[in-house]
Design a protein around this ligand. Structure first.
Ligand code: AHR
Length: 521
């Protein structure tokens, strides 16, 4: 059953009168008169996450200087270029759960002297610490992104974390001398500092009260050194754990810049999570509706934060999100290697649309993860690399980074998912984000319907005949994907199925597609 509704982006999703509606016709009304130049989409919404997990770091980002795989100082060239093209704004590292077992001193100095450890969280793999602080910060410099460190609270000490900050940011003193001896004269800049990860679980199994006290203590000794100013992030809730947010805000809210939130599009934490490649249409729609549930979840966390922080000084950072499927058959258990299809691309587009319309509170989001783990940007195997459908979504959405947000209203049909087990999750057919920068309107549009195209009207005045360019990501089947034999099955192509009319832009989106339009204004 489908219903017609109006969705207002830039405010709560508002359901208006429901009317039976059969054709996939939609209107996306851009409220250009309501644009507030102060409201921009933070680039950090398009953030990434790299954990020592499976082949995310080793094999994915890093192959070492002596590798036969073409590399620059140990970073594989193909991935490096792909990430530069993506304009990655920020990268979180070294975990995840790994962060709370990581001791940074093991990852500095001559590689032959670095101790090995067992990666207990992720398959018991031997970690040789050849990728450490210098390798991470140098990578961020090469890509041009902000580093986001996740500090060890679970098995670390306050002194250890404080000294890590000093090692990275101090001009002088014992930690700076150590860094210089290891080949880095100038301090790096460190803005984003996470104090623990999932502290309610793998990060120490704290109660919210105990973690709030730990957070207060840890953050006290993580100093702003010289002109380096830390942006301190407390480990936040997962999904629907509103009590965690409440306690953290109550007890430590005034000592943090940000509080994290993790939300995965996952069927559940026990048993099978479903296959990344073998699924039916119901699974497809369920997944998209489940990913969209992040919107009410964000709004509920926001409403709790409002009690303690009505001026929204503390940001909500969705520093882990994305799809989580069963590992690909034949891959190493615990390495979370999964394929990435058009369905994942749709999840990326819908989730980014949600983040883009809640930037009054949500200032960063980091998809999990950048390479070879969960909903990746790239997959690598030996010297081969493929760009995933999700990668192309991030590329199409990149113009929204730091652009002025354009509020919009969408009139579209809404699918109601059958069956109680699927929950009461509505799924609008058309989703969109619009922004404005440097004399261009960037409009990204998504049609989730698997069978019907969407005819979308965007009322706009005075658009020149050749003022619009576009590209599109679509494919025949929702499980279409790129692999090492067919690396270009799913990729963006130029899009021309739009007309400039007196009423504005008339766009025809094929079924299951995501388009990006660039309009000269
Ligand atoms: O992204 C994989 C894992 O998911 C992270 O290590 C952890 O923080 C979360 O549970």
């Amino acid at each position: 059953m489908k219903l017609l509704t109006t969705l207002a982006a830039g405010a709560a999703v508002a359901a208006c009168s429901f009317t039976a509606y059969s054709a996939e016709k939609a209107t996306v009304k851009l409220n250009l008169d309501k644009v507030n130049p102060e409201v921009t989409i933070p680039a950090e919404i398009y953030g990434q996450f790299a954990e020592h997990l499976g082949t995310c770091i080793y094999g994915g980002l890093w192959v070492g200087e002596d590798s036969a795989i073409p590399n620059t100082n140990g970073y594989r060239n193909d991935v490096l270029q792909a990430l530069k093209d993506l304009k990655v704004p920020v990268m979180r590292w070294p975990g995840g759960c790994f962060a709370d077992e990581y001791h940074w001193v093991d990852g500095i100095g001559p590689k032959e002297n670095r101790p090995v450890m067992i990666n207990n969280n992720w398959g018991g793999t031997v970690e040789d610490n050849s990728f450490g602080t210098h390798e991470f910060f140098n990578l961020c410099e090469l890509i041009g992104c902000e580093p986001y460190l996740s500090g060890n609270v679970g098995s670390g000490t306050v002194e250890e974390l404080a000294k890590w900050v000093e090692y990275i940011t101090a001009e002088n003193g014992p930690m700076a001398e150590k860094r210089k001896a290891n080949g880095r004269e100038k301090p790096w800049k460190l803005k984003y500092l996470g104090v623990g990860n999932e502290s309610w679980g793998c990060g120490g199994n704290f109660t919210p009260e105990d973690y709030a006290s730990e957070y207060r203590r840890y953050q006290t000794y993580c100093r702003n050194i010289g002109d380096n100013k830390l942006y301190k992030i407390a480990s936040g809730a997962s999904d629907y754990d509103y009590a965690w947010t409440n306690t953290l805000m109550k007890k430590a809210g005034r000592m943090m810049n940000g509080l994290s939130l993790h939300y995965y599009t996952v069927k559940g934490w026990t048993g099978s999570k479903g296959s990344a490649l073998n699924f039916d249409n119901d699974d497809y729609y369920w997944t998209l509706a489940k990913c969209l549930e992040i919107e009410p979840v964000i709004m509920k966390h926001d409403s709790i934060m409002n009690v303690y922080d009505p001026k929204k000084k503390v940001a909500l950072l969705v520093d882990e999100w994305g799809t989580w499927w069963d590992e690909e058959p034949g891959t190493i258990p615990g390495h979370l290697y999964q394929q990435n299809t058009m369905r994942d691309a749709m999840v990326a587009a819908l989730s980014l649309d949600v983040f883009n319309r809640h930037t009054d509170r949500v200032k960063m989001a980091n998809i999990a993860q950048i390479a070879n783990v969960l909903q990746s940007m790239v997959l690598t195997k030996d010297d081969k690399m493929v760009l995933t459908p999700t990668y192309y979504v991030f590329k199409m959405y990149a113009p929204h980074q730091n652009a002025t947000f354009v509020p919009l209203e969408i009139e579209t049909t809404v699918r109601e998912l059958p069956g109680k087990q699927l929950g009461n999750r509505p799924l609008p057919t058309v989703s969109a984000t619009a922004s404005e920068k440097d004399g261009f309107l960037n409009i990204t549009l998504t049609n989730v319907d698997l069978k019907e195209k969407a005819e979308i009207t965007i009322p706009l005045e005075k658009i020149g005949k050749n003022a619009v360019t576009g590209e599109i990501l679509t494919s025949a089947k929702p499980n279409d994907h790129n692999d090492f034999d067919t690396p270009d099955k799913v990729k963006t192509v130029p899009f021309k199925d739009f007309k400039v009319t007196k009423e504005g832009l008339k766009v025809t989106l094929p079924p299951m597609s995501i388009a990006a339009l660039n309009v000269k204004i």
